[in-house]
Write a protein that binds this ligand. Structure first.
Ligand code: 5GP
Length: 200
């Protein structure tokens, strides 16, 4: 990707169930410049998920082929499934749009190595561990075993918050969304100012 791309990439990571998918979708609905980066995954679709919209659902063999062909900017194994971000998708969309990534800490670490990507890294936390468990159960998307597995990953996931630029506690979805919106708008405004001053 060339260095003169001015659009930004916002990464939202969190332990599973902390609210990032809802916030990601809200940002995209409000700001048409933003597109969500649609990952590839070997996970089976949930009943409400659409192939090509929520994820590109692929088999393990297809995913492995993409790894072998070095097609990913980043990929990770999470809860027994693979998830990854294709270089092609990012390089094409970033020319026209700002991008928002709903990826985990492993992917964030890998993307951070590409120094030419303009990343804003935000880590969302639930107010406490018990709240996380009740959200995982309430959203009713995963089996009890899967909920337990995701809940157990909390301690390890949160170890990585220091790799992020901002940490936000999602006590109230609307407040949390506003904080993220402010971060993004400030960043975009600062960038605009610096571009103006370079070009003037
Ligand atoms: P879920 O199965 O709940 O959709 O996602 C599980 C985890 O995978 C979430 O933490 C989500 O952020 C992460 N994830 C989704 N897509 C990607 C990706 O392309 N790369 C990485 N590293 N993580 C991803």
């Amino acid at each position: 990707m060339s260095d003169d791309v001015k659009n930004i990439m916002v990464i939202l990571s969190s332990p599973s169930g902390a609210g990032k998918t809802t916030i990601t979708k809200k940002i995209q609905q409000k700001y048409q410049s933003f597109k969500i980066s649609v990952s590839h995954t070997t996970r089976k679709p949930r009943p409400n998920e659409i192939d090509g919209v929520d994820y590109n659902f692929v088999s393990k063999d297809e995913f492995q082929k993409l790894i072998d062909e070095k097609k990913f900017y980043e990929y990770a194994k999470i809860f027994e499934n693979y998830y990854g971000t294709l270089k092609k998708t990012v390089d094409e969309s970033i020319k026209k749009n700002d991008l928002i990534f709903d990826i985990d800490w492993q992917g964030t670490k890998q993307l951070s190595k590409f120094k030419n990507l303009k990343l804003i890294k935000i880590f969302l936390l639930p107010p406490d561990k018990n709240e996380l468990k009740s959200r995982l159960i309430k959203r009713n998307q995963d089996s009890p075993e899967e909920v337990e597995r995701r809940f157990k990953a909390f301690d390890n996931d949160t170890l990585h918050w220091l790799d992020y630029d901002y940490i936000i506690i999602n006590e109230n979805l609307e407040n949390c969304y506003k904080q993220i919106e402010n971060i993004i708008l400030n960043y975009k405004n600062t960038q605009k100012l610096s571009y103006n001053s370079v070009s003037s």
